[in-house]
Design a protein around this ligand. Sequence first.
Ligand code: AMP
Ligand code: GLY
Length: 420
Amino acid sequence: MLGSGGREHALAWKLAQSPSLAKLYAAPGNPGIAQHAELVGVDAGDHGAVRRFCQQHEVALVVIGPEAPLVDGLADSLRAADIAVFGPSQAAAQLEGSKGFTKDLCARADIPTAAYVRAGTLEEARAALARFDAPYVLKADGLAGGKGVVITESIEQAELALADIFDGRFGEAGAELVIEEYLEGEEASFFALTDGETILPFGTAQDHKRVGEGDTGPNTGGMGAYSPAPVLTDELQTRVMEVIIRPTVETMRADGTPYSGVLYAGLMLTADGPKLIEYNCRFGDPECQVLMMRLKSDLVAIMDACARGDLASVEAEFASEVALTVVLAAKGYPGTPEKGGAIALGEAPGGVMVFHAGTATRGGNLVANGGRVLNVTATGGSVTEAQRLAYEAVDGIDFPTGFCRRDIGWREVEREGRDQ
Ligand code: AMP
Ligand code: GLY
């Protein structure tokens, strides 16, 4: 398995529970992943090195956690050497790697999404702005580590942001832009596995992207999440499968670039029904952590079937319980997080998992080594209960240079309170 975050810790934890797993290697991994896998120093950016490692160690399946190696074509390099991979090809990973690619696909396949214009120059972008109303939504076309979206109220701010983007604010990722209509509604995430043909719904979640309580302040990679997302009713999930996921998978196949792996749809639930905000070509982080807490099926069997084009042979069963995760981040995140702060985990309460997202060991002690540091994850009969258990566990952790939001799951906790 490749990756080093909380998502990969959750995957490693689940993979390690599989009766069919003989041996798990992780590169580069982290101290949490080390409890379930042998850590190896192979660089995912060096395709030859990954291939040689897999051949020398007879690796039967490679699971690629993050998007960058997928967009970089690592899955293609490994498949060319007959190594099975869970994750899409470079061509298919464009669904995350290029926002313009995805918008064009939606237009062709009649998939509901925000109206948009692609712009390759400042002049084109300025002209496109005039076609939209406030708030203005500007997106760098390429991968920008979750920071490539600018939403502004005033056209003056939008103009300034455009100048900034074409000046290189997002580097290569911002060489092209998508300008799109602002969508009103509640956001939710829908996950599906596909081998290019069979599609297996793989759960729902909601996350909290803003750093501050009440969903305020700068965007982050995600400060917490819970699964399932009750706003995505069975009826809405069926609709998402029919009007968004299935036409995407079919169009990718018809184009000769079948999608294999997990397809993560970021949705806006608008008054006109669910619309696609964006696709990701990997599991969400921290959404993966809550999905894995609920997954009852054998993850090795599922990923292996997906990689071999035999997804129809497996099923995915999830516990009906709610899972909720609270991200403990290092002070300064999402700007410059404080590195090296001491962490004393103590004993986690029964049933709670503390996934490592950005930790390291120094002189035998656990320290912070990233923006998002730990994911404290609990399950319960309701969001309210899972939230209470997660925060009880958070309070048992001593991490003076860390912080977390205290309101993860607030929308559902409010709704559950009203339903009482
Ligand atoms: P993305 O990286 O495309 O997921 O965008 C990051 C965040 O910006 C999303 O999670 C939404 O909160 C917001 N966003 C993106 N596109 C739109 C849109 N068209 N309308 C409203 N909000 C949006
Ligand atoms: N938590 C949002 C993401 O993984 O993109």
